[in-house]
Unconditional design. Structure first.
Ligand SMILES: *[C@@H]1O[C@H](CO)[C@@H](O)[C@H](O)[C@H]1NC(C)=O
Ligand SMILES: *[C@@H]1O[C@H](CO)[C@@H](O)[C@H](O)[C@H]1NC(C)=O
Length: 118
């Protein structure tokens, strides 16, 4: 295959996945990045920045499609931070005093078949 063909296929794939995703993972990961230390057990409480990120996310989780996207992004993001405690994921919105709930997301979580309320 020619280089140009490969590149145009790559662009097609990127723009298609962009159109399918309701929320960009870069945004999701940026918003929850301050939660890393709490998820890894480094701090007893999620930080204010972490809570604000989760609050912002929960404001965008109005549709099933968005919730699935958020879950998928969290799963991908969590896979890159190394060791963490999945049981602390549902603890974040709770400790932040939000009514949102999150499942204990780990690498085996099936985001397409998950029910949670954000
Ligand atoms: C879904 O996500 C998009 C992108 O972040 C956002 O603009 C939209 O308001 C969300 N929809 C709902 C119903 O929350
Ligand atoms: C996953 O989807 C199947 C079929 O729709 C359903 O029967 C099952 O209860 C779902 N599991 C969870 C954990 O939601």
């Amino acid at each position: 295959m020619s280089r140009a063909a490969i590149i145009s296929i790559a662009i097609l794939l990127i723009t298609r996945s962009g159109a399918l995703a309701s929320i960009s993972c870069a945004t999701v990961i940026e918003e929850v990045a301050p939660c890393t230390s709490f998820l890894q057990g480094g701090s007893k409480q999620p930080s204010v920045a972490c809570c604000n990120g989760i609050k912002k996310l929960s404001g965008e989780a109005g549709t099933h499609q968005n919730r699935t996207a958020i879950c998928q992004c969290l799963k991908e993001g969590l896979a890159t931070i190394g060791n963490y405690d999945p049981k602390r994921v549902p603890q974040v919105p709770k400790d932040c005093g939000l009514s949102a709930t999150l499942p204990p997301i780990d690498k085996n979580t099936d985001c397409s078949n998950i029910s949670f309320m954000m």
